[in-house]
Ligand binder design. Sequence first.
Ligand code: AMP
Length: 194
Amino acid sequence: MFNLVIFGAPGSGKGTQSEKLIDRYGLTHISTGDVLRKEIAAGSELGKIADSYISKGQLIPDDLMVDILASEFDRLRPESKGFIFDGFPRTIPQAEALKKMLEERGEEVHSVIGLEVADEELMERLIKRGADSGRSDDNPETIGKRLKVYHSTTSPLRDYYTAEGTYRAIQGSGRVDEIFSRITEAIESQAVLN
Ligand code: AMP
């Protein structure tokens, strides 16, 4: 199994690049944001809880997120040759929980691809995405909060994964296919995929 974390601020291109990585390497995608949005759309109890945080630009509590992630992983694992974790982990405790969860299953995170994009560009991209997709958390006020949370709580994971030896910084500005080439080069220098 080859397990990859795609990491970066909201709007850094994680979802777009994940789709291309799935096509290239046949990996299984777990986007915690997508899982939560589905729960919200279904009107489930979990969806109601998730919505109360997402609409304020806040993170869902770690314990809940870790349970969701583990159950998605176990559900999808039988047909998977490896995973892309998109939007998870977002905190140091989540990264520690992911490590433990994978270790208990004889697995590990092989590569962490960090998409690095300046805040001004993120803001522009997210406002545009909000207009195109209608995502309710892509409005200027909530975007500002999400970027703050990213810098205070999520960006320390860069140092965490650098210490683990798995972090690869990728310049996340430019054309989608150029960025994708940078990513595949980084991955293929780290691991042999088959
Ligand atoms: P995303 O689609 O990854 O940008 O996620 C949208 C929103 O879902 C985030 O702003 C958070 O409120 C919530 N969310 C997604 N993944 C996580 C996570 N790993 N931990 C906490 N909250 C999350």
